[in-house]
Design a protein around this ligand. Sequence first.
Ligand SMILES: [Zn+2]
Length: 291
Amino acid sequence: MKINIRQIGIFIVILSACIVIWLAATAATYQSLSQEASPSSSTMSAPTPNTPTPTSVVTPTPGPDRSAFAVTPGNVPGNFTMSDEKIVYLTFDDGPSSKTQAVLDVLDRYGIKATFFVTGLSPDHASMIKTAYDKGHTIGLHTMSHNYAAVYASPEAYFADLDAIGQVVAEQIGYVPCFIRFPGGSSNTISANYTKGIMTTLTAEVNARGYQYYDWGGSVGDGAEKTVDELIAQGTGFGQTNNLILLMHDSETKQNTVDALPAIIGYYLSQGYTFRAIDRDSYVPHHKVLN
Ligand SMILES: [Zn+2]
């Protein structure tokens, strides 16, 4: 077969065109892949401890299906043995209030989850319950009124109050959680002024109804009375406990607690602890009932 120069020229032109088309297609594919990759790689970057992350770019961490946290008679959380892991469960009582957002901002900065035992004391801030929940924090029930005389007037009065705060929370997160904390804890002696022996009754009855109560292994102290330095000193005194449930407050008067929080978190991080929100498998601390 005889091939002339004209045929060779046509072949070279066709080959060149193919190469140009292939190069263009490869470049387009590479560009689209790198566009997909960049948003997820920025999402994955770890927060810098001392640089607040703007709330608008914080992606809520998808956790387990937390509807399993709904109160269910016959399914009471009951892990009474500490694990070998060094875990701090930060717990905030008496909110939500105007201080709750600042607490959430600090927790976001460190990328840690906590637990809020909420009240009905500040209806204007009820939506903060959903805000905290959507960020991956656990919501527990504390009390609607936090009025000891009313709450501990009788077992019926206690459960009326618990049901009321349960409904407030259900409106925000879609269910009534099984995690509760008694006003004053189960070891409080104030309740005996109103009903002798009521804590013995209530500690059994909340379990019978599917709730579990969480006391604490350490308390940071009263943020309305102590200085920031005093709160830090007290709050960092529990580094010998593996599963530390630490009591704090995010109520209206506890600005010093907010200010002490970064140093307390930093201390436990430096001691090798991780921070978790309470779930059904968490260690359950119970105090001794004293009335
Ligand atoms: Zn309280």
